[in-house]
Write a protein that binds this ligand. Structure first.
Ligand code: BT5
Length: 324
């Protein structure tokens, strides 16, 4: 069923807005005219606006403002990431679903995407606002053979892939703030939440949750984050295609991930440092136990932040909120 729709959409895309006759469609799909009509009806239900003209055939007038499985799979040239896709209209949290699927043996590269999250979460059980049709709310399941203490490296890998994808799809030039924020002009555009299933020696799965504000207007943000959040469309001053952005992320992530598995953290570390605004500056790090002020010297090979306080002591920060 998905394959037929995929072929159908490819056909319309190749037609570039011109009509495709019902006969041609039924020939190519190898199904009856009645079956063609049913597939067209299904596309309409998904939000595609299709025009049917006697003797000419069908053409696509507008695509839905949704991110459907079809939109995401059409022209996706990855080997793994995004190829096994779970698309949902509304979920509590894509992280929750990803954990369940990972436990049930979901293949590496499985992605859970939702149009809306009713209980999207950040770190430390904080809330992540995920309003309908406006953002990218997704979780990616990876299964690297690495020790658990290396898992934070994948947060940094995801951040680099997202920054590169944003630069490819828009004119926005974002910065990374250690460990998991992507900012534009000091406002939060993206949050990343990496969780894992592991035993002491080995990771079973790493679940990378990615939240990107894409098409929200300022007034769409809840008042408690209005002063600290931004979206791509606010920065770009036009709507941004979410499916194209996700595809770009899948591609960038896959190539960085392949390099990471083969050659280690070196390339990601180098790229991450080039996008980071927290390194080489005076910062304040609030951990659960303490607040430390000092000079951010860099990150270790495990992705741990090195912070030198005024007494010259270098602290290894595993998790904190950073103030610049
Ligand atoms: C994060 O947490 O930044 C990680 C967010 C991860 C969200 C994704 S969406 C898909 C997947 N499924 C989930 O349920 N989660 C993941 P943290 O660093 O703790 O930041 C949380 C803080 O960011 C909140 O306390 C707010 O201040 C702020 N915030 C909440 N929603 C926001 C939004 N949409 N845009 C910008 N800031 C937001």
């Amino acid at each position: 069923q998905t394959d037929i729709r995929r072929t159908l959409l490819e056909m319309f895309t190749n037609a570039e807005g011109e009509y495709v006759s019902g006969q041609r469609i039924s020939d190519l799909l190898g199904c009856s005219r009645t079956a063609v009509w049913k597939h067209i009806e299904d596309l309409r239900k998904e939000g595609y606006e299709l025009e049917a003209v006697r003797k000419k055939g069908y053409r696509i007038v507008t695509k839905p403002n949704k991110v459907s499985t079809n939109e995401l799979l059409l022209g996706l040239h990855t080997k793994k990431i995004g190829q096994n896709l779970h698309y949902e209209e509304t979920v509590d949290s894509t992280q929750k679903i990803a954990h369940r699927l990972a436990q049930e043996g979901a293949v590496e590269g499985t992605v859970i995407v939702a149009e809306e999250q009713t209980a999207g979460r950040g770190r430390l059980a904080r809330k992540w606002y995920s309003p309908k049709y406006t953002g990218v709310w997704m979780s990616i399941i990876l299964r690297p053979a690495i020790p658990p203490q290396h898992a934070p490296q994948l947060t940094l890998l995801a951040a680099v892939a997202i920054v590169q994808a944003i630069q490819e799809v828009t004119n926005v030039l974002p910065d990374i703030k250690w460990p998991n924020d992507i900012l534009v002009n000091n406002k939060k555009l993206v949050g990343i939440l990496t969780e894992m299933q592991a035993d002491v020696e080995q990771v079973h799965s790493v679940i990378i949750g990615i939240g990107i504000n894409v098409n929200q207007k300022l007034e769409h943000f809840d008042s408690d984050i209005q002063h600290l959040a931004t979206s791509l469309s606010i920065e770009e001053q036009k709507e941004v295609n979410r499916a194209a952005l996700m595809q770009a992320i899948f591609l960038k992530m896959e190539s960085l991930y392949e390099d990471y598995l083969e050659n280690g953290f070196g390339l990601v570390k180098h790229l991450w440092e080039s996008y980071s605004i927290s390194i080489g500056k005076r910062i304040i790090a609030r951990t659960l136990k303490a607040t430390i002020e000092g000079h951010a010297k860099g990150i270790t090979n495990d992705g741990v932040l090195l912070l030198e306080d005024d007494n010259g002591t270098v602290h290894h920060i595993h998790s904190a909120d950073i103030e610049l």
